[in-house]
Design a protein around this ligand. Sequence first.
Ligand code: DGJ
Length: 303
Amino acid sequence: MKNGTCWLDDEGRFIQAHGGMIARFDGLWYWYGENKDADNVVEGGVVRGRVPFRGVSCYKSRDLHSWHFEGLALAPVQEAGHPLSPERIVERPKVLRCPATGQYVMWFHADRSDYTLAHAGLAVADRPQGPFRFERLALPNRRDCRDMTLFEDPLTGRAFLVHSGDWNKTLYFSELTDDYRGFTGVCHAQMVSQEREAPVVFVREGVYHCLTSGCTGWTPNTALLATARTLAGGLMKLVCDPMEGPGARRTFGAQATWSFEHDGQRYLLLDHWQRETLRTSGYSILPVRFDGDEMSVCWQDEF
Ligand code: DGJ
């Protein structure tokens, strides 16, 4: 697959799974993401940076290269004012299988078209491909939620909704309850006043790694890595931009959305947003390298 371009599924159609994630359940890979298969909204002759909500897609693969469309994991609701109606925003959906209940739990950024609602949305399914049943919108610990991800902490067994809050000023790690459908009240504030978004979190050798982008809408900017040995509030320190080589300063024209491991190799999944034709936004999967504890990501033409 050629990095930076639109990728095709096994039926030759553009993969529509933006702002997404790749998970492994029972030996199969699942890719969830925003289905942006519509023209951008035009208002007063101006092309807006959004499309009507078309659902959250689910693709399945045995090898991470050939992807089969499993349908909409979360479908839009044709009812004005509903959080899943076409005029709403649903971004960055992420899915975990809850060990306590066996259910598949999806959290996503739910918003109005002007991004002033900034809630987290919750949907639940019994199978990885869905259909996911919408449960509710939430303000985690009374904080707003814009860009977000889910993080299962292998060191403690706890799961977190990691979300940009305080109008993107702070990155919150809001701990999920045992059923992954609510919040315990434990909440760690990180990167205070740093204005970071698009969080990607993983643990390597006992160290929490948190990669974020700056807040420049759909325009690529500089990624930054923060690390810590504990999630305790405020202890995560910005370290460096781990991107290397030509184009690194603007994250190779992309924005990260997820990281996963396969056969001992860690990868980064990125979106190449096309602001005026969001449906044509491309993808990259780049290997993450470590030299000692120093992380780097270099461009590669192919995945
Ligand atoms: C950047 C975010 O990372 C995207 O998910 C989306 O919210 C855009 N901003 C909207 O401008």
